[in-house]
Design a protein around this ligand. Structure first.
Ligand SMILES: Cc1cc2nc3c(=O)[nH]c(=O)nc-3n(C[C@H](O)[C@H](O)[C@H](O)COP(=O)(O)O)c2cc1C
Length: 160
């Protein structure tokens, strides 16, 4: 409808960083999804959060594992961002990762990692708010960040 289109178009003008939230499912297989709604929430205690659509197949896996990793993406990782936004795809094929402190995948080449355990979660509209208590943080190497604005990925300098 016109309202949906207007909502999508206007909100696409709010740029963001890009993360991939990962977890381990009940069979021990890695799971993950691209997320732009990530934010830091609190310093004392350290809390972060994001919103996951009820239609996401990663959401129940994150809730089941109870822990997750926020992989803040580097500029070079825009293909990963697209790949992890495709529901049902074999997202981890060819992707290098190691298990973080809670077992959730830390993707190689990330701009930063934030290992979290779920502090609280609740439905808001057609999404769930997931609040994570921060257990460990790491900045593996100084890289450039990946940004998202009006359906396109950008770096801090050039656009593509
Ligand atoms: C840049 C970008 C940001 C996104 N942000 C979110 C988000 O914050 N929450 C969400 O539920 N989906 C978000 N998505 C869409 C999901 O990544 C997409 O629906 C994905 O297929 C979910 O996969 P799953 O069903 O395997 O969990 C975003 C997609 C892109 C490309």
């Amino acid at each position: 409808t016109a309202v949906r289109e207007k909502f999508r178009d206007a909100l696409a003008h709010f740029g963001s960083g890009v993360v991939i939230v990962t977890a381990i499912d009940g069979d021990g297989a890695p799971a993950g999804m691209t997320v732009g709604s990530f934010t830091s929430i609190s310093l004392e205690p350290p809390l972060v959060g994001f919103f996951a659509a009820h239609t996401s197949t990663t959401l129940p896996r994150v809730l089941h594992h109870g822990d997750f990793c926020v992989n803040v993406l580097a500029e070079e990782q825009h293909q990963l961002a697209r790949g992890f936004a495709r529901s049902g795809a074999d997202k981890f094929s060819g992707v290098e990762w190691t298990a973080g402190t809670n077992g959730a995948p830390r993707l190689a080449g990330a701009h930063a990692w934030i290992d979290c355990s779920i502090d609280e979660h609740r439905p808001i509209g057609d999404h769930d708010l997931i609040v994570g208590a921060v257990d460990a943080l790491a900045v593996p190497a100084e890289t450039e960040p990946l940004l998202f604005h009006r359906s396109l990925f950008h770096g801090l300098r050039e656009t593509r």
